[in-house]
Design a protein around this ligand. Structure first.
Ligand SMILES: Cc1ncc(C[n+]2csc(CCOP(=O)(O)OP(=O)(O)O)c2C)c(N)n1
Length: 667
């Protein structure tokens, strides 16, 4: 079988005009990850570490890259880029503590090996999911573009991961927006056991770059000087003439995907040829041949590196095992933030729901010059619901950004902006399409603060809900998908005044939000909305109606259904509008249960596994002694949202809710 990765010739080094000291610095940098890995493989055999992803034979790529960039330029490494971490000078004892899940590691024991970032060292590490890091690099690049910092961002991917949609989305956005990002593909022949020819049908990634309208260059990934020189030259040029570039580094994975999985499936001949191209041995030999590395200096540098590793390991091993502290674990879910509520002014004007949202967004744009809006057709067109109509004229195209059709990349870009201190609002054209950005929300936005203390200052606006005869893919209620994910906040207003104040509040808070806006409310309800900027307290429910006979707990459209039903049936009920779904207001729920003793939860979402399931369970456990009737719940049928109005009416809970309401009132 002809493998797409061929090692046809030995490495031919060219020192260009680099002086001896530069060559020696690169040597010292290059032997560090190799010597660490030698040690790790021993520790693995001794059962002192649990898992190891090897970068053996690929070190030249990380080391060439890390030495080519400025220290304050971000790098987004993957699982075979130990050299990025050592090259950036992370204290080895902290790096080893990270590997061992110790407290002084970069994630306080919460994530493993290379899955962390550190702003101090300008590194954003991977999550396990392959692909989403490309868009984060786009976001950092966009921040550099917006603030006119002449900086380069460099992101790694494996060749296997390039089959993920996120690879395509990330490169496409970078190309369309001309972002100063270097995408390095480590073309090492395999993705786990799958060889490149079963992964893609082209031979070289240099064929792919031009397809995106992007320059692409190929380097010998085992030749540290080739990688260094190419990336250094590119970076110098990109700082002056910002643009994305794809760099394909040809190399080979010399060990198993991870140590336990072995390399049985790799033809022996490939291993043999590639072992002749070892990046460390060859560079060492080259330096000796040209008289730059003497035996004495070689010994001295290796001793120095080994001593540093041993010292780092000694400190890390001496650190006691982590002790769990539940309070600390829960506290670190969100970035620290204390909301100071800004009360509304007396000046009001009549506004529709959609206008109140637009008004809040506009005032937030004025208040926060670092707020960037992104979404499909939100520019000159004003968005499909016209929330951002006229915004481009006021705030410009840089801050009101029309995006390509790529939810995942745009949410990832928003996170990248946040890493650079920006705020971002992403408009989903319809809440349904969030499925295409799901991974970025639940795995990146939601977990990043808990993992390494990075805030995700992003609000995702979600035009949601049924009742508009729009069928299964433009009508879904999907708040419960996110309700179950620690690290997110979810807001779902039911009226114009709350919508404006809650949106402003969500944008103020540096934590990630899903902000649900019911499409059927956009133009159907109006209210006297305060003119000036104000905020509504996050996490606080509000009584939409006061009554003594029973409690209806609900949110969004449910509030309107409850108001209508109680008035038509003449039931004096408490109607509690949750407003924030995560974190939800336990005190207010408890208070209304204590007051009436009879509760029904109403949601537009399908019944099974919805928000009501959680709250009703909590009431049963925590308010049992105040209950005078079974806790009830009503929601939509457990089917997709049907298109035909009669079917949709039957799907929605309104009629069934009225019946249950009567039963509960009579109980
Ligand atoms: C989205 C996703 N799917 C599957 C995996 C499991 N997985 C981890 S690494 C890997 C192979 C990656 O290959 P490649 O991108 O070529 O990088 P390499 O390991 O060769 O450096 C796979 C399949 C994953 N981590 N993420």
């Amino acid at each position: 079988m002809a493998h797409s990765i061929e090692a046809t010739q030995a490495i031919s080094f060219d020192r260009k005009s680099y002086d001896d000291q530069t060559l020696l610095n690169i040597y010292e940098s290059l032997i560090m990850p190799r010597r660490i890995e030698e040690k790790m493989l021993i520790l693995l055999r001794q059962g002192k570490i649990s898992k190891w992803f090897s970068g053996w034979g690929q070190e030249a790529i990380s080391i060439g890259a890390v030495n080519a960039l400025h220290e304050e330029e971000y790098i987004l490494p993957m699982h075979r880029n130990l050299g990025i971490f050592t090259g950036r000078g992370l204290p080895l004892e902290r790096l080893f503590a990270q590997f061992q899940g110790k407290k002084s590691g970069f994630t306080k024991g919460r994530d493993r090996s290379f899955h962390f970032g550190t702003n101090e060292f300008h590194i954003v590490g991977m999550i396990s999911h392959l692909g989403p890091q490309m868009a984060i690099a786009d976001g950092i690049g966009l921040a550099h573009q917006l603030s006119k910092e002449n900086k380069v961002t460099l992101v790694f991917t494996g060749d296997g991961a390039s089959s993920e949609g996120d690879f395509h989305e990330g490169l496409n956005v970078a190309a369309v927006w001309n972002l100063p990002v270097i995408f390095v593909v480590e073309h090492n022949g395999y993705g786990l056991s799958t060889p490149s020819e079963e992964q893609f049908a082209f031979k070289y990634f240099t064929e792919k770059g031009p397809g995106y309208g992007m320059e692409a260059v190929r380097v010998d990934g085992n030749n540290v000087l080739d990688v260094y020189h190419t990336i250094k030259t590119l970076a110098e040029d990109i700082r002056k003439n910002p643009r994305p570039v794809l760099v394909e580094a040809i190399t080979f994975r010399m060990r198993g995907h991870e140590e336990a999985s072995g390399t049985k499936y790799v033809p022996k001949s490939l291993m043999e040829t590639w072992s002749l191209k070892d990046p460390v041995d060859n560079y060492e030999k080259y330096l000796e041949e040209i008289g730059v590395l003497s035996a004495g200096v070689k010994e001295k540098l290796n001793k120095k590196v080994k001593a540093a590793i041993n010292k780092g390991l000694e400190i890390a091993f001496a650190e006691e095992a982590i002790l769990a502290n539940t309070e600390e674990e829960l506290n670190d879910i969100y970035a620290p933030y204390h909301q100071i509520v800004i009360p509304p002014s007396k000046n009001t004007s009549e506004k529709r729901f959609v206008d109140a949202i637009s008004d809040g967004l506009k005032q937030s744009m004025e208040k926060y010059p670092n707020l960037v809006l992104m979404g499909q057709d939100i520019g000159t067109y004003g968005g499909v619901f016209k929330v951002t109509e006229g915004f481009v004229d006021v705030f410009g195209k840089e801050r009101v950004r029309n995006t390509p059709l790529c939810e995942s990349a745009i949410i990832g870009t928003a996170l990248g902006l946040s890493i650079k201190g920006y705020k971002a609002m992403v408009e989903m054209q319809f809440a349904d399409f969030v499925t295409c950005g799901f991974n970025q929300i639940v795995n990146n936005l939601a977990k990043i603060h808990y993992r390494w203390g990075q805030q995700a200052d992003v609000v995702v606006r979600m035009p949601t809900g049924a009742g508009v005869a729009a069928g299964p893919f433009h009508s879904q209620s999907n708040e419960a998908w996110f309700f179950h994910t620690p690290g997110l906040k979810i807001v779902y207003p039911s009226n114009p005044v709350d919508a404006k104040g809650l949106l402003n509040a969500a944008i103020e808070d540096p934590n990630p939000y899903l902000f649900f806006e019911h499409k059927a409310l956009y133009r159907s309800i109006t209210d006297q909305v305060p003119e000036d900027y104000y905020t509504v307290e996050i996490g606080k429910a509000k009584l939409a109606k006061n009554g003594n006979t029973l409690s209806i707990i609900t949110y969004g459209m449910g509030v309107h259904w409850a108001l209508k039903a109680t008035s038509e049936l003449d039931i004096e009920a408490d109607i509690l509008d949750l407003r924030t779904l995560l974190p939800w207001d336990k005190e207010a729920v408890k208070a209304t249960v204590q007051k009436t003793g009879k509760v029904i939860f109403l949601q537009e979402d399908c019944l099974t596994g919805g928000i009501g399931a959680e709250i009703v369970a909590w009431i049963s456990e925590n308010c049992f002694e105040w209950l005078d009737a079974p806790v009830m719940r009503e929601g939509s049928l457990d089917t997709p949202v049907p298109f035909s109005p009669n079917l949709e009416k039957n799907f929605l809970p309104t009629d069934r809710f009225r019946e249950k309401l009567k039963t509960l009132a009579a109980y």
